[in-house]
Design a protein around this ligand. Structure first.
Ligand SMILES: CC(C)(COP(=O)(O)OP(=O)(O)OC[C@H]1O[C@@H](n2cnc3c(N)ncnc32)[C@H](O)[C@@H]1OP(=O)(O)O)[C@@H](O)C(=O)NCCC(=O)NCCS
Length: 165
C-alpha cells in the first residue's frame, strides 16, 4: 500500500444516502454501543451541524472514496457560540493507529478555520481511551456532572480553545 492510500482523509458529509446512513449507524454502535447516534439524529447533524468522517484507502483525487474508519459529530450551542462535540469514534478494528487523534485534530482545525473559538465535550471519567484522546488534543476538565446520562453515568465536562489558523 502506498503512503497516499494509508493517509487519513477527513470529509464533511451534509446528506446521507440510505446505505451510508445504515453503515454509519452500525459503525457508531460498534464503537460506542447504545450511546451512538441513530438514524434519527445522524441526518440532522449532517444537515444542520457538522458530520465528519475519517476515511483510509481512498484512491480518488483528494483521497475520497476510501473506507470510513470513524466519525465525529459537532453541533453549535446557543450560549456564547460555543461548539459541542457530540461524539467521536474510531471503529474498533482501526483503533490505536493514531486515527482518533488525527481525526480530532483535523476537525478542530476545520472548525477553527470557520472562525469558531471553543469546542466542548464530555467523557465518561472511566473511559481511559477517551480521556487520553482529549488530553492529547489539549482539552481540559471543567468539573464533573454526576448522573448526567442517568444513574451512575457520570461525565467529565471538557473544553478546548481552537487556535486561529
Ligand atoms: C477514543 C477513540 C476515538 C480513540 O481512537 P484511536 O484511533 O484508538 O486513538 P489514537 O490511536 O489516535 O490514540 C490517541 C490517544 O488516545 C489514548 N488511547 C487510545 N486508545 C487507548 C486505550 N485503549 N487505552 C488507553 N488510552 C488510549 C492515548 O492517550 C492515545 O495517545 P498515545 O497513542 O500517544 O498513547 C477510540 O478508542 C474509540 O472510538 N473509543 C470508543 C468511543 C469513545 O470512547 N469516544 C470518545 C468519547 S465520546
Amino acid at each position: 500500500m502506498s503512503g497516499r492510500e494509508n493517509a487519513l482523509v477527513i470529509r464533511r458529509l451534509t446528506r446521507l444516502e440510505p446505505p451510508q446512513l445504515e453503515a454509519l449507524v452500525e459503525y457508531g454502535r460498534s464503537a460506542l454501543g447504545e450511546s451512538a447516534l441513530d438514524a434519527w439524529l445522524l441526518p440532522v447533524i449532517a444537515g444542520h451541524g457538522r458530520l465528519y468522517v475519517a476515511e483510509v484507502g481512498g484512491a480518488n483525487e483528494g483521497g475520497a472514496g476510501g473506507e470510513i474508519v470513524g466519525a465525529a459529530e459537532v453541533i453549535r450551542c446557543f450560549e456564547e457560540g460555543d461548539l459541542y462535540l457530540e461524539g467521536i469514534y474510531i471503529r474498533p478494528e482501526f483503533q490505536r493507529q493514531g486515527h482518533g487523534s488525527e481525526l480530532l485534530k483535523g476537525v478542530m482545525e476545520l472548525l477553527a478555520a470557520e472562525g469558531y473559538s471553543r469546542l466542548l465535550a464530555t467523557v465518561d471519567p472511566e473511559n481511559g481511551a477517551g480521556l487520553g484522546l482529549y488530553e492529547k488534543a489539549g482539552f481540559t476538565g471543567n468539573g464533573h456532572q454526576l448522573d448526567y446520562y442517568g444513574p451512575g453515568r457520570h461525565r467529565l465536562m471538557l473544553a478546548v480553545h481552537l487556535a486561529s489558523p
